[in-house]
Design a binder for this molecule. Structure first.
Ligand SMILES: NC(=O)C1=CN([C@@H]2O[C@H](COP(=O)(O)OP(=O)(O)OC[C@H]3O[C@@H](n4cnc5c(N)ncnc54)[C@H](OP(=O)(O)O)[C@@H]3O)[C@@H](O)[C@H]2O)C=CC1
Ligand SMILES: O=C1O[C@H](COP(=O)(O)O)[C@@H](O)[C@H](O)[C@H]1O
Length: 428
């Protein structure tokens, strides 16, 4: 590995092993011509390669309805890395993945296409002379999640090497159903084909370093935990703001809106991690149990138009960096009668011992003034006996801001004396 790439590692990682011994793997991405594949999945695979975390034997197969030649797919993915990867494209590293990349076209409900995909993977195993783990990443709009899962079952791919370390895995994107009933129905289809340990219901916010750091910050630093409750906290504000519009994804987005696309999943994960009790251990079930407990304590929302807990809105046309951009209603693929929101904000009341009376304000939107995801913990003000005289004492509420992206870090707003003979106060 060239020194400049090693330099790109986080300083905390210096001296730690880079290899976790992943088994030989074939990843199949359904919906591989789409936005998520280009923006996140393939750049992430490239970066795993840079960090030497890919298995020695690694194959990537894109799957989709449009016919795409293997070489065209490789070029599309080169461009995706050049545009979206956090590290520049390193041709030497990428070539090792690239040479084992191909595209398989077929309908998501077409069983023959899945049979031929199974044959292709069997042939890769035969050529290698050993079994491989198969990982199926469903990166399509939710309307085709179910036929893909059913076809993975009927083609036998879901059961490959089951009950061994190489058992097939399936990764399912969100939204996971439209409501409780459809989510249960989707679960039923999944459980009819895969065993639970094979299933990954993904929320990519949980993979962000700063989100993973939340539990560490809360439960490994004794200075915060005693203050993390209704005695000291005035309110919590969670913002997930994007500057992008819906772009080419109007067809999918209009069936979701901000509530299903961002609030019920990513934003609620941030609420859960901020508000949950300490888990009894770090195993996934213990963390899940605490998240479930705190989410159950959230009170039903008041939906009245005036004085309710929820606001929905959508962006109109305007300027971004001086360039005109379309309003949501004019974006490609948005039906004329659409009433889908691109912004949602709500006030949550968590009725448990720790949080009663502390509002959680959460909001998410597209085409906002700037891209920023953050959790702001606003503490109660001290009694205003000493420093409460207008301008002279510009006292702010202490606030801890955990910035998730784009600038990662923690900022604490505190009050301090302005140097000089007179006692003047300002926040910094
Ligand atoms: N984009 C993002 O930033 C994120 C997206 N997600 C989730 O990932 C999934 C994929 O998102 P994204 O890549 O943006 O979606 P896209 O709209 O880009 O669709 C992905 C691919 O699915 C196929 N497709 C599109 N529409 C349909 C349809 N109506 N029926 C069948 N196939 C269709 C197309 O491939 P082809 O025509 O070749 O078959 C398309 O290239 C969604 O579930 C989304 O919620 C999650 C996190 C972030
Ligand atoms: O899940 C989604 O997330 C992206 C935002 O992800 P980020 O990591 O860039 O914050 C959003 O654009 C997309 O609409 C949504 O489906």
């Amino acid at each position: 590995m060239s020194p400049d790439i090693d330099e790109a590692r986080h300083p905390f990682l210096k001296g730690l092993s880079k290899h976790r011994g992943a088994p030989p793997t074939v990843v199949v991405i359904f919906g591989a011509s789409g936005d998520l594949t280009a923006r996140k999945l393939v750049p992430a695979i490239f970066n795993l390669g840079v960090d030497n975390l890919l298995p020695g034997e690694f194959h990537l197969i894109g799957f989709g309805r449009k016919p795409i030649a293997d070489e065209d797919f490789r070029v599309m993915m080169d461009e995706a890395i050049a545009e979206h990867s956090r590290r520049p494209l390193n041709k030497e590293i990428w070539e090792r993945v690239r040479q084992n990349m191909s595209y398989h076209s077929g309908g998501y409900d077409e069983s023959a296409a899945f049979d031929s995909l199974a044959e292709k993977i069997n042939q890769i195993e035969k050529d290698l002379g050993r079994d491989m783990q198969r990982m199926f990443y469903i990166s399509t709009p939710p309307s085709v999640f179910e036929p893909i899962i059913e076809n993975l079952g009927s083609s036998g791919m879901a059961q490959a090497h089951v009950h061994t370390k190489l058992a097939s895995k399936v990764v399912i994107e969100k939204p996971f159903g439209r409501d409780l009933e459809s989510a249960r129905e989707l679960n039923k289809v999944i459980n009819g084909v895969f065993e639970e340990p094979q299933v990954y219901r993904i929320d990519h916010y949980l993979g962000k370093e700063t989100v993973q750091d939340l539990l560490v910050q809360r439960f490994s630093n004794s200075i915060f935990e005693p203050l993390w409750n209704r005695e000291y906290i005035d309110c919590v504000q969670i913002t997930v703001a994007e500057s992008l519009g819906v772009g080419s994804r109007g067809g999918y987005y209009d069936t979701s809106g901000a509530l299903r696309d961002m609030i019920q999943n990513h934003t609620m994960q941030l609420v859960a991690l901020t508000a949950m009790e300490p888990p009894v251990s770090l195993d996934p079930e213990s963390i899940r149990d605490e998240k479930v407990k705190v989410i159950k304590a959230i009170q039903p929302l008041k939906l009245d138009v005036d004085g309710g807990d929820v606001v929905r809105a959508r962006y109109t046309n305007g300027l971004v960096k001086g360039e005109p951009v379309k309003g949501y209603a004019e974006e490609q693929g948005i039906p004329e009668d659409s009433s889908t929101e691109t912004y949602a904000a709500m006030r949550l009341a968590i009725n448990n011992w720790r949080w009663q009376g502390v509002p959680f304000y959460i909001r998410s939107g597209k085409r906002m003034a700037r891209r920023a995801s953050e959790i702001a913990i606003q503490f109660k003000r001290p009694p205003g006996i000493l420093f409460s005289e207008g301008d002279k004492f510009n006292v702010a509420a202490n606030t801890m801001v955990i910035s998730i992206q784009p600038d990662e870090g923690v900022t604490i707003v505190m009050n301090s004396k302005i140097p000089g003979l007179e006692t003047r106060v300002r926040n910094l």
